[in-house]
Design a protein around this ligand. Sequence first.
Ligand code: PL4
Length: 403
Amino acid sequence: MAKRNPHLAKLQSGYLFPEINRRKKEFLAAHPQAKLISLGIGDTTQPIAPPIIKGIVQAVKRLGKRDTYTGYGDEQGITELRERIASVLYHGRVKGEEVFVSDGAKPDTGRLQMLFGSDTVMAVQDPSYPVYVDSSVMMGQTGPLSSKTSQFKGIAYLPCTPDNGFFPSLGNAKDAGVIFFCSPNNPTGAVATREQLKALVDFAKENRSIIIFDAAYSQFIRDENLPRSIYEIPGAKEVALEVSSFSKSIGFTGVRLGWTVVPNELCFDDGTPVRKDWNRIMTTVFNGASSIAQYGGIAALEREGMKEMERTVSYYMENASIIRQALRKLGYTVFGGDNAPYLWVQTKGMTSWDAFSFLLQKAHVITTPGSGFGPSGEGFLRFSAFGHREDVLEAVKRLEKIL
Ligand code: PL4
């Protein structure tokens, strides 16, 4: 008899985003005429820009000819793309050989768990992207702490609230082997300053922890004084790996392309280079990102592609600004949305799920309940700035009518 992985039973019944979809479908079944607008899941809506499409089309055409056809590629990615990520996005702070191209930041986050096994305490910002906690639990982090809480024993929760400016007290991570840290943050929209990231790096060094830095939204940082990568902090290569993505900046959520930087300097406690083990894992359980997607990524990192990336990001950030202004006028306390595509909004006393249902029922607008990101998210709603401008304007009009 095949036994079920016992850790799966510890998870909450549904992953957050499919649960939101389920509620959306339920609502539509009861109200088939409703024209829902989604400011919920962070999914892109702008078309992929022409120079990037050109790179993709050329790659497809090469596959159709005997002389230029290629099959399996290196699991680590096409060398040209690895080099270009290192030079264009990291300005040479990392080497091409340290960049492992993948099918996205989320699958990499799941696979990274294999590096550490089930005995490592994981620290997460609370609230945080649910994949960090859920994939840790799947791996065997014991829990839950009690029937009354959704927290797990093998996970250290680092509350990020308005009171601490969304930067956690790191003392709570002293037992953690791994610290997940996301900046710009999903869901709070907060971006860690250089000083804060230096404190994080110093803490990890002293505590002998490894940071998994999720920079999936780095291109959305508008303020040039804010760090876009953990490697802008001296010494970070000894303690951090960085996960990132083409999903949001060039509309590749469906195409799928991301990467993880694993610096040569980064070692486990026993001195083994993390890069050696990551290479072993990736060459064993991953067969390389789609070559078509990778050529799209190469095109995106050329001059024209970069201009288009900036245009796409600016479009979504203009949406963020429209939503923020409207909610503030309506008397809501709104965080984020200035260097991140998410707005973190206090619900004026309602629970997150009640506020979610209220907006769904009364305005036919979908948001994401803050409590789905962790206990400290209770009492907040996350608004995503991804969407067509006309939908954002219409959503704002509807909110103005009912709030
Ligand atoms: C819904 C902090 C979105 N089905 O596309 P990837 O895999 O390169 O990146 C995923 C990702 C990684 N890191 C962070 C993210 O916020 C995301 C995407 N999050 C959201 O609304 O929070 C999409 C969620 C998708 C999912 O489960 O990732």
